[in-house]
Design a protein around this ligand. Structure first.
Ligand SMILES: Cc1cc2nc3c(=O)[nH]c(=O)nc-3n(C[C@H](O)[C@H](O)[C@H](O)COP(=O)(O)OP(=O)(O)OC[C@H]3O[C@@H](n4cnc5c(N)ncnc54)[C@H](O)[C@@H]3O)c2cc1C
Length: 427
């Protein structure tokens, strides 16, 4: 472990030396940096943008709360008065399906937040700085080389000057930047259908009264086109559409004009947003589903979106980001403590378990079978089996995709397929 004097000396040249270099100050990087700092290792975070910066991903899952707590962020986040999220509502035609996290199967947090990410991520990064970690904004990683497990990373600072950082471990939490997958040729092609997303934020003065107006709502507009509505406590609401390219591209004009036309095309939401004004430039993205061939190697580990991202439908991105950042930092510290670390079994297999579970739900969402389950109306209240299954599915939607006592996690594919078959036959 480096002493403060050694770090200061190292920082005077254009080569710095730290125990752990974290790339990216999003939720994954901040959680990783905080954990490594708690363990007493010297940590530096390099972040390409100036904060606050916009990033999509505003609806969290209860599962990430324990990670945020362990990383020491909970109190400062509570003080921000973000909109609490206690469940999620899905609407299709005139049918509604509500999942209440208070009625989930797995023990753990039963609520979370809906957050403007520019604000949320800035709170996390500022807190990391307060913990004493060096966070360098507008510093971008451009190259990396390894000698054994020791890395030398070349970084360009905001004045365009290059410097290097020697580190015992690099945690790549660069999100959509995907620094190590690109530099180490680890990018993996996914054969998922090319979907697009277009999104913005609006005023929302015609919110329904009470909890309905504060609730995250998903409207299924077509089987493979859905809309999200995420109200924030600052009065603005995030609205986005995800779906097949043909639908998204069938609207003409600027991005702002197109998303307003799309909202007007959704009967369940058109009135609410008719007279509202845009609060930011609309964004459109595509090809956001990504994966990496390898998540770890000598002296490095890849976390969060830089490792894998499937689809936004179940708001799982930030939860994977915090969970992987937390675990990666703990294991890297264990290894530097001299312990034997089974990266494959403890890290890669853990992430795969979560990703594969969500993949089943995403796939069955877009083929319509999960929607059949969600909107199956039966004498549910009279049937305790249905209630139990709903609680088990609710836990998955709350992010508890590692609870193997839940049959909808343990045998996720079989459980969803069988239930969909029963529901389809009964409908
Ligand atoms: C349409 C859509 C909707 C989504 N909705 C949700 C949602 O509701 N809930 C949810 O949980 N997730 C959602 N997501 C996913 C979410 O955006 C990501 O999973 C989440 O932001 C990942 O966090 P992260 O910390 O891994 O990366 P990020 O938050 O992307 O942070 C990575 C950081 O790394 C920095 N960086 C990049 N390159 C470099 C470089 N070369 N050098 C230095 N720094 C660099 C970036 O500037 C950035 O600040 C959505 C995704 C999409 C596509």
């Amino acid at each position: 472990m480096l002493t403060l004097v050694e770090i200061n000396l190292a920082m005077t040249s254009n080569n710095q030396s730290v125990d752990i270099l974290v790339i990216g100050a999003g939720p994954s990087g901040c959680v990783a940096a905080s954990i490594a700092n708690q363990r007493g290792y010297s940590v530096k975070v390099v972040e390409r943008s100036a904060f606050p910066r916009f990033v999509i991903g505003e609806s969290l899952l209860p599962k990430c709360m324990a990670d945020l707590e362990e990383a020491g962020f909970l109190e400062v986040l509570k003080a921000q008065n973000y909109q609490e999220k206690h469940g999620a509502k899905f609407i299709k035609g005139d049918k509604e399906c509500l999942f209440d996290f208070g009625e989930q199967y797995t023990d753990g947090w039963k609520w979370t937040w809906q957050v403007p990410r520019d604000h949320f991520d800035n709170v996390l990064a500022t807190e990391v700085q307060k913990m004493g970690v060096d966070v360098s904004f507008e510093h971008s990683v451009k190259a990396i080389s390894f000698e054994g497990s020791t890395s030398t990373t070349t970084i360009t600072d905001k004045d365009g000057e290059d410097y290097t950082v020697t580190a015992k471990y690099v945690i790549d939490s660069s999100g959509y930047g995907r620094v190590l997958p690109r530099l180490l040729d680890l990018e993996k092609k996914l054969d998922s259908p090319a979907r697009k997303a277009i999104f913005t934020q609006l005023t929302d003065t015609a919110r329904p009264e009470g909890s309905a107006g504060k609730q995250i709502t998903f409207v299924i507009h077509k089987v493979d086109v859905w809309m999200w509505v995420i109200p924030f406590s600052n009065g603005k609401t995030s609205v986005g559409f995800v779906g097949n390219s043909d639908y998204i591209e069938s609207f003409k004009g600027t991005k702002d004009e197109r998303i307003l036309q799309m909202i007007a095309d959704v009967p369940q939401m058109a009135d609410r947003f008719r007279d509202q004004s845009l609060q930011m430039d609309s964004h459109q993205i595509e090809a956001y589903a990504v994966a990496a061939k390898q998540l770890y190697g000598p002296g490095y580990v890849i976390t969060g979106n830089s490792s894998e991202f499937i689809d936004p439908i179940f708001s799982s991105g930030v939860t994977f980001a915090t969970q992987s950042g937390l675990l990666a930092a703990k294991l890297a510290c264990d290894e530097m403590d001299g312990k034997q670390v089974d990266w494959e079994g403890t890290y890669a297999a853990h992430l795969r378990q979560g990703v594969d579970t969500f993949r089943t739900y995403v796939t069955s969402w877009y083929d319509g079978s999960l929607q059949d389950i969600f909107f199956y109306t039966s004498d549910e209240d009279l049937n305790p089996t249905n209630k139990k299954m709903k609680r088990q599915i609710c836990s998955v939607l709350a992010g508890y995709v590692w609870d193997k006592t839940n049959p909808f996690v343990k045998k996720h594919e079989k459980a969803i397929k069988s239930l969909a078959k029963v529901v389809q036959m009964a409908s």
